[in-house]
Design a binder for this molecule. Structure first.
Ligand SMILES: Nc1ncnc2c1ncn2[C@@H]1O[C@H](COP(=O)(O)OP(=O)(O)OP(=O)(O)O)[C@@H](O)[C@H]1O
Ligand SMILES: [Mg+2]
Length: 466
């Protein structure tokens, strides 16, 4: 089923509300008009009945009444809907004025001593179905004779009037409602126009045009918030794309260098016959370049895996001091070759993935070993404060200039490219450390003094007590 558009929905809601209001107001107005008209007629009937009864009471006899017929009927003259009949005690009609000739009902007659009020009026229908409202009262003449006075009014003209009024009003309400539908549709369309133009803008954005931003123009504040949020999202996507693109470029560059080296040295070697010692040296250098390529590929694969939200850590409880001892043992050979000592102090316990912990500390230690001058000491320091465990790798050396510190953990970032483009450097070591710390919910920080101490610190969050 096709979903209703927002304009259609808003218009429908608006129309439903207006229709309900119009119908309610129309009905109330109709009822008020009806009440006013009938009230006025009832007052007139009651006043006429009272007046005629009083007039009859002043007359001497039925004959007097006959003689003064005109003065009696004067109060009902002028409106053909009005009727008056006076009947004497014997049932003879004394006065009769009924231009429309409808049936006059003489029932539940009001006695002489009772004041005539509108609640005594009754409604009946004559043979033609005409609605009639009226009252029958007893009047007494001076000679004691009693007559029955019937005062009535046909309601037919009132009904016609009200029907016409109702029809006119319904037509006007309908016209009003149609105008409201049209107007609300136009207004809603206009209000939603900025949304359409945002959708058009958004439709033009693709991977190659991520720099495009949605403009809210002079749209209402709500849409500004929406376009702001979407533009922020585009900022993030653009950054992410730029990072991926940069990563691809760096990766290509980093693979090109060793492959270029391989090809170059082999080509040179083939220009003339070589001794077996020269071939051995060449193969050794080839293997080193191959190692570098495979290390780069392995690191890139690791980073890609670590980026996957499904990456599962094999957390175990680790005695940090024992782990540091083991890592230091592993690097013992390189350290003694570089004539550098490794010193371990402090201790703590963490929940971490053993392999990844070793890899993170190992990467920091291998950097430290590379940049520590001979006869100096690298310190591995474990500590714990408020449940947070820190593992610091400190080494003396030339230090890292402050402007590099921020980018140090970026993939392929090296401070001194010429020096670290050697076969042993991929520029991925610290970004792997950062990834490992993020997987553990922790972080890695660095501080460095020129010709002083460079300190990398791994921060492990407080252990979860289960
Ligand atoms: N302890 C340190 N002292 C001075 N500079 C350092 C130190 N550790 C890292 N760096 C600088 O940070 C850069 C990035 O280090 P990272 O470990 O990411 O890459 P790499 O050591 O060059 O290569 P890889 O670790 O992949 O062999 C290094 O190239 C180096 O310039
Ligand atoms: Mg490194």
């Amino acid at each position: 089923m096709r979903r209703m558009s927002l304009s259609a929905r808003l218009t429908a809601t608006f129309v439903a509300i207006t229709a309900a209001c119009f119908i309610l107001v129309g009905w109330l107005l109709y009822r008020a008009a009806e009440q006013r008209i009938y009230e006025q007629d009832e007052t007139n009937l009651v006043l006429s009945a009272r007046h005629i009864r009083r007039f009859v009471a002043e007359l001497g006899s039925v004959d007097d009444l006959k003689a003064h017929q005109d003065r009696v009927t004067i109060s009902v003259l002028g409106d053909p809907s009005n009727a008056l009949r006076i009947v004497d005690g014997a049932g003879r009609i004394v006065v009769d004025h009924n231009a429309m000739g409808y049936r006059l009902d003489i029932q539940s007659v009001v006695p002489t001593d009772q004041r005539i009020v509108s609640s005594m009026l009754r409604t009946w229908h004559d043979d033609r179905g005409l609605p009639i409202r009226g009252v029958a009262v007893v009047g007494q003449l001076q000679d004691g004779a009693r007559v029955t006075i019937v005062v009535a009014r046909s309601l037919a003209d009132r009904e016609v009037l009200l029907r016409r009024y109702g029809r006119d009003m319904a037509l006007r309400l309908l016209a009003g409602m149609l105008a409201a539908i049209l107007l609300s549709y136009v207004l809603v369309r206009r209000a939603l126009r900025p949304l359409h133009s945002m959708a058009t803008d958004a439709a033009t954005i693709h991977a190659q045009s991520l720099h495009t931003r949605l403009s809210a123009g002079n749209a209402p504040a709500e849409l500004h918030a929406l376009s702001g949020a979407l533009n922020d999202m585009l900022d993030r996507l653009e950054n992410g794309f730029a990072r991926v693109w940069q990563f691809t470029v760096d990766l290509a560059h980093d693979l090109r260098t060793p492959i270029g080296n391989l090809r170059g040295t082999n080509e040179v070697a083939l220009t003339r016959p070589r001794t077996s010692a020269e071939y051995q040296a060449l193969l050794g250098s080839n293997i080193e370049e191959c190692d570098r390529v495979s290390r780069t590929i392995e690191s890139v694969l690791f980073l890609a895996r670590a980026d996957n939200p499904q990456f599962a850590l094999q957390r175990v409880t680790l005695d940090v001091e024992a782990e540091l001892e083991r890592i230091a043992d592993y690097f013992e050979g390189v350290a003694s070759e570089a004539r550098v000592a490794i010193e371990i102090s402090g201790g703590a316990t963490i929940d971490a993935d053993r392999e990844l912990f070793r890899r993170a500390v190992g990467n920091l230690l291998s950097n430290a070993l590379r940049y520590t001058p001979p006869e100096q000491v690298i310190k591995l320091v474990a500590g714990e404060a408020n449940g947070t465990v820190t593992v610091a790798v400190e080494n003396p050396g030339a230090g890292i200039p402050a402007e590099h510190l921020e980018k140090l953990f970026d993939r392929f970032y090296r401070v001194d490219r010429s020096r670290s483009d050697s076969a042993s450097s991929t520029g991925l070591g610290l970004s792997i450390v950062k990834s490992i710390m993020e997987l553990h919910g922790g972080r890695v920080t660095v501080e460095s003094q020129l010709r002083g101490i460079t300190r990398f610190v791994l921060w492990f969050p407080a252990r979860r007590t289960s």
